[in-house]
Each structure stands twice: as C-alpha cells, then as structure tokens.
Design a protein. Sequence first.
Length: 246
Amino acid sequence: MGLREAVFGRGGGQEPATIRLPGQPEVVVRVRRSSRARRLSLRISRLDGQVTLTLPTGVRFREAEAFAAERARWIRGHLADLPHEVVPLPGAAIPFEGRMLPIEAAPRRSVAIREDRILVPDTRVETTPARLAAVLKHAARDRLVEASTRHAAAVGCAFGKVTLRDTRSRWGSCSAQGNLMYSWRLVMAPPEVLDYVAAHEVAHLVHMDHSAAFWRQCERLFPDHKAQRRWLREEGGGLHRYRFRD
C-alpha cells in the first residue's frame, strides 16, 4: 500500500481513455471515470505534466471532450509554467531539507553539505550530479530509517527492509511483508514532510488500506499532517525537476 501523488484511471469498456487536443504541441488528456466525482475537473501533475480529466459517472464522454477543448488555453498555460529541469552543477542550487543551497566548487575530494551551501570537488565537475545523488541517498536513508524505527516503536510493529528508489508516482509504500520503500528525494523536502511519509507508511503496518481506521492510526503517529500532505501535493512535484543522471 503506498502514498501516491497521483492516480490515473482508464476509460471503461470501449470508451476512449484519452482526449487529444490538436495544436503545437498536441496535448493528451487522460480521462478518469469516478463514481465519487460530482463535477468535471482537470488536474495537471507537477511530476510529469500529465493532464487528467475526472469524469463523473453518468456524464457523457462528449461533454468531457467539450470541457477539455474549452479549457485548452488554460491547460497549455499551466503546462508552460511547469518547472524546467535543473542539472545540479556548480552555480546551480538544490533543496536539502527544505532549504535551497547553492552548489559551489572547492578544492576537496568529496561532497560536503554545509548549513548554507553544498561544496563539491572542483575536478571532474561533470560527475557532480552523480556525486550529489549518492550523498543525498545516504542522508535520506539515515533519516528515513530513523523515522520509520521511531514510528514503528510507537505502534509496536516491526518492519522489514527499507528500500530507496527514485519513484515518480509515489513517495513511499509498504508491502504485505512489511517492507518499506521510499523516494530518496524526500530528503530534499522539509524534515516534517519526510517524517510524515514515514509515519504514513508505518501506519500501513497496522492497516493495509486507507480506511478510517488507517487515518486514525496515522493521526496518532503524526497529529497534524494536513500541511505535509498539502506540501507534497503542491510542491512535491518540483523535487523531480533536478536531474542527477542522463
């Protein structure tokens, strides 16, 4: 069970799963049927620019096509405003624990994260992104293992192994075997956001669903998590603009 930033649906039966808006470039809109939706709505993911239109049950597909066409300019405007990729080299800056830190080249052999900057070797500068990724992953593992251990002790459950990945569709997950997976990019977010994701996944050790009982457990572990969930929804996609490998 995982904490997903976005869930995309498919059209049912023979109904098309997408709407294509002509132009340069063409925009593909995924259509998601939802029995819970009360109105047509559009969402643009900051993770990958995917446009999703949620269509209530009972609303005809052609109404969705008209809705998307009417808002084509709005969609293109928001797509144009999405963050561009940043390659983390000297002169650029990346977030670490919620703070933007400039990257500076220095006569040293390894990466060092300071309070107000990140120092990287001034030789073989082209390897800087990979070196930074290695340091960030190490820091993420330390923080996520500590947070997971602390929350697991609070619920009286043990977890299996902790795996770090660079996932775009979820920030964390908990398997039926009790293994935890996290996105290492969480170390770039504010510490309380990372801590909330750890609490969320540990809560799945008790409830492998998103039932009311699960959310009560999550609330006990992390009482005021609405701000962290909002940060992930609104700002989390920006963490994927930093490209650490080709």
